[in-house]
Design a protein around this ligand. Sequence first.
Ligand code: BGC
Length: 322
Amino acid sequence: MNYYCGIDLGGTGIKAGIVGEDYHIYAAASAPTPKGVDGKTLAAVIARVAEEAAGKMNLTVADTAGVGMGTPGYIDPERGINHFSNNLNLSEDPMAQNLSDCLGGKPVRIGNDANVAAYAEYLAGAARGSRRAVMVTLGTGIGVGVIIDGSDHGMAAEGGHMIIRHGGRHCSCGHDGCFEAYASASALVAQAREAMAVHPETMLWKLCGGDLWKVDGKMVFDGRDAGDPVANQVVDQYIEYLGFGLSNFINLLEPDMMVIGGGICAQGDKLLIPLRRRVREMVYHPLFADRCRMAVAELGNDAGIIGAAGLGGLPPAAAPSR
Ligand code: BGC
């Protein structure tokens, strides 16, 4: 069996995996994404993580059949350039070449992280068999990948930067009111922290051990489950924001499948049930919502690695049937 190296570069972490033709991840490694470094330094860290994953199978990355990487940003996949990434603070970065240089000249293909994850879900996950699928990844930012008749739409979908509020919250892209400033996982945490600052009585303080910087998305949902009114209000508001964005995508593209990715997926129906209800109320006609299935990513956190291995050459035909 051939093995491919798939790398999932995110705003907070780097994950690399060695993926077989059966779409199974045989070895993986990860590290935090270094902050404030230039493209070459970042590439050296990514290469170390990829070699660590390959080393677990007594391989080097050069031994694999191909290397692909999903990265946040506006990507030219043909030239391997990351034109701009607000989450990585890079512009006009020759990412594929930099990484290839650190991997002994092994060619590397890059693509937008959300497009890559969407493609993986289409090949082997929740969007399999769909005609028009939208995948929305909720992490440091919001990524949007659109699959139409089996092909991902390269540079097209920067849906996280759709403006949902005039003069609204400042986004790391430099504009104000972007969807991701309201509905990314980081935005959920920011909104929880703001609520905590004015509600010393909220259980969230106990859940984070009194340390505001330890708050994460799961804690906010846990607080809601435990009946904390502040956590409840933060989650309700968050679902409303998320609903705005998803309704806009549904009105615009009329997809038959909407896949939600990111750590928040672990909430399953606790997220999906209220979200489906809000989206149904907000779309142009409820039939738009009824005709669009909504599910959490089936490949979970593996979608980025598997889709990236796909960029590296892992053939679609090898995807297992559902
Ligand atoms: C970036 C996208 C990326 C998304 C998820 C956004 O802030 O603009 O390119 O896909 O975050 O990482």
